[in-house]
Design a protein around this ligand. Sequence first.
Ligand code: ADP
Ligand code: MG
Length: 683
Amino acid sequence: MPGIGPKRAMALEARGIATVGDLIFHLPVRYQDWRERSSAKDLRAGNIVVVEGELGKISERPMRGSRWRRLASGWLDVDGRKIRVVWFNLPAYMRGYLPGGERVLVRGRVAAYADGGIEIVQPELHRLSDGEPKGIRPVYRLPSIVGQRLFAGLIMRALAEAGDSIGGAMPDELRAEVPTIRDALTYLHDPPPDADFDALWNGESRGHRALAFDELFAFELALSIERMRSARRVGIALDGSQSLGAKMIEQLSFNLTGSQARAIEEIGADLARPNQMNRMLMGDVGSGKTLVAFWAMLRAIECGHQAAMMAPTELLAEQHWRGFARICGRLGVRHALLTGSVTGAARNQVLRGLASGEIGAVFGTHALIQERVRIRGLALGVIDEQHRFGVFDRAKMKALGPKANLLMMTATPIPRSLAMSLFANLDVSFLDEMPAGRTPIATEIYAEQDIERVHDSLRAEIGAGGRAYYVVPFIEGDEDEAKSVSATAARLKKGALRGARIGTMHGRMSAAEKDHAMREFRDGAIDVLVCTTVVEVGIDVPEATIIVIVAAERYGLAQLHQLRGRVGRGEKASRCCIVGSSDADDVALERLATMRECTTGAAVAEADLRLRGPGDLLGARQTGALPLKFVHLIRDHRTIERARKLADEWIARDPSLASRESEGARAAVRKMLALGFSLGDVG
Ligand code: ADP
Ligand code: MG
């Protein structure tokens, strides 16, 4: 394309823009509003303005202390008021303005400048001799050697010349009022002057929504096709004698919850069939997923096969292994632990036991899917906290036993209907009931000024033999030192919690260090664990009775809920102290207050969808793992369900997407399947 030589082509390619298709799907990251002009008297420091005026001569001089920067400045006359305009290095498009005397529009942020004058630093200019500017101008994220204007020009040209060949996944007859992909792209790259600027800015315009809808339609079709494919895959049927699982349940000191019993029934029916099971077990933190997994593992073992369970951390793997030993130890099943810390002769023994088939149940971390591991007859793989694993990890787990059944578990709080759409390639079981006898967790909301009251509670709790988590947002060297793990621990040691045994844990520690800290906490060698959110994965320390979460407005409700779930696991009453920062805004604090009412994962998920906080599990952390470029799971959650319905209807009419109307869908689905899914993909 004109203006793009080898250098720029390379720079663009490095950003993933290599074809005309890449170009037109490279959406603006922001927009500039040029529609309203400010008058001279509106020019107050801090405002972003567009003003019309006459530009005087611009002079350039080298900047002191910089070899390559040149300071360019000049005066803009706006109705007689003089405004200084300044650039560090003049943009290329402005070279021709140097002589001065042009009528221009200037856009930028007004700043106060010495002796009462005002200036605009690094403004954008539009020459009125070129006619009126676009009312809403897109801004792209680009390599520095590709200018905004050049790029916008390329896009306009691409849309004009290639526009007819831009098709979407959705067949025309389903599209109804939804704009076509071509219209959506035109809207986004070249918004009409009457476009809703806020919607564009927030990524909620009709253009954004149309792209998301089309993408979701393709995604849902791909999930359906994936599901049909996997239903045909041969699996190991586990339909032999059935006694171990029943014995395990008999020996429990408690009764299964109704939903545990239902999940076990669903899984049992799946396992008995000669097709591979691909099932997701969803349940709130503490709902008792592990026990259901143990039952399924016993099923595999009593049928003469083996079962493996993979967890994201050593500590969790060890917790499962110990739990299995405690609950299933008397059933005569050989079990083993395989993590990075199991080395030397012990490791070789485990590897041999797995290869020969002597070990029935193995628990481990990523160590399970390393090259040297062979399992003789794997009939069931369980992946705990599945969202913490990538597509390739899951694929490797499958490779351990090509005909093995797969059970994935997650506590990600998603409303059921949304889960059904997002995991439509899988069967889903829900644990939506908490075991009886849990003492509910009291949730208390505090302002930062009242932190001493929180510390009083902490002291009381520790004095009574409890243990505490103290969650802070930063690690040493981050933006706010005072709220870092080490500074907080030091402060508590010297002050409020003098005499208490305080440990620390954060994400920049090695896995071994984290494990060590967690172990000390579990075994009672420390009373208080000052930590970042790394603590949130399914750790079960029943003695922990209080969790303090500082700067809580930084987290999504779902994440707060997961953190809260670290306590309330024993018989004693527990509390969760949520502390909002002094500079948090009212909306954020109101959001925190809802945590008091939302005590279940389902309620939290609903509230999260309504209130849309930062860092929500679903939005921020998980969209990146899906082959979805234009979808925001929270923003688009209603669309997701609609897309699911439409995809279902369409696939029922045209299961192989062979018709002419399915042409676009076929192409989009093929692309999607090639990228692979991740939220529970088992491709
Ligand atoms: P999660 O679903 O978060 O992984 P776990 O499986 O770790 O939850 O279970 C949390 C705790 O609840 C464990 O200590 C477990 O033994 C216990 N538990 C599981 N099922 C029941 C039940 N039906 N009644 C009482 N306690 C249970
Ligand atoms: Mg768990």
